[in-house]
Design a protein around this ligand. Structure first.
Ligand code: NI
Ligand code: MN
Length: 227
């Protein structure tokens, strides 16, 4: 059984056989996370979709405290490794088999620059992940607009897709509904909404618009679900 816990924004904890992961651990700065970073000393993997602060979040601190391997693009790895995180470098389109299962890095239409003071550090190409564990396939889209590449994921038989619905920086509700039509996941979990003024969206509206062939699970912050 694979358990998925929503930590607010785009942050999730994923636990399955051999995997105690975080995705985009924006925790101390989000103002909405139900737990502190000290909760995650047992992590063995952290997936980071791109270099923006609301996705890198507390990656360095958690990676250093736990010894977790950070999986992200080459450029964000370069930045994080210089700050003491152990990293596994991937790039969009790449697939690698980890001890717990296979991971594919998927494309995202977005940016990935890392802001430090008034500097912008190159964060490479943004992405998402298809993570396989216990025979289940989880897709975390990262921050992205609607892309035709999502259509390719239909062949992957995705069990659960975590999709942004907040608009402005990413897909809004209607585009996320179209993404569900492309991907045809068994379950969809909306994310990246409500945290900032410009990404207000109603997950119930999303749930009402998604076709019945996909189950919508709206997770309250702190809630877990199992697949
Ligand atoms: Ni972003
Ligand atoms: Mn974001």
């Amino acid at each position: 059984m694979v358990s998925i816990r929503f930590l607010g924004h785009s942050a999730f904890s994923i636990e399955g056989k051999g995997l105690r992961a975080l995705i985009d651990p924006f925790i101390s700065g989000s103002g909405v996370a139900p737990v502190g970073v000290s909760e995650f000393k047992d992590r063995n993997y952290i997936f980071v979709t791109h270099g923006h602060g609301d996705h890198i979040g507390d990656t360095v601190e958690i990676a250093r405290a736990s010894g977790a391997t950070v999986v992200t693009n080459v450029e964000v790895c370069h930045y994080l490794a210089a700050r003491g995180a152990k990293c596994h470098r991937m790039q969009v389109g790449g697939v690698y088999t980890f001890p717990f299962g296979k991971v594919r890095m998927t494309p995202a239409w977005h940016g990935s620059g890392i802001v430090e003071g008034d500097r912008m550090i190159c964060g490479g190409t943004p992405g998402g992940f298809v993570i396989e564990v216990e025979g289940r396939k989880l897709y975390h889209a990262g921050d992205t607009g609607l892309t035709m590449e999502m259509k390719l994921l239909e062949e992957e038989d995705i069990d659960v897709a975590m999709l942004p619905i907040g608009g402005n920086f990413t897909m809004d509700v209607d585009d996320a509904v179209r993404a569900v039509g492309f991907i045809r996941p068994r379950i969809v979990v909306p994310m990246h909404y409500g945290t900032f003024d410009v990404i207000q969206a109603d997950p119930e509206e999303f749930a009402a618009k998604v076709p019945e062939t996909t189950e919508v699970r709206i997770l309250d912050i702190g809630d877990s679900t199992e697949i």
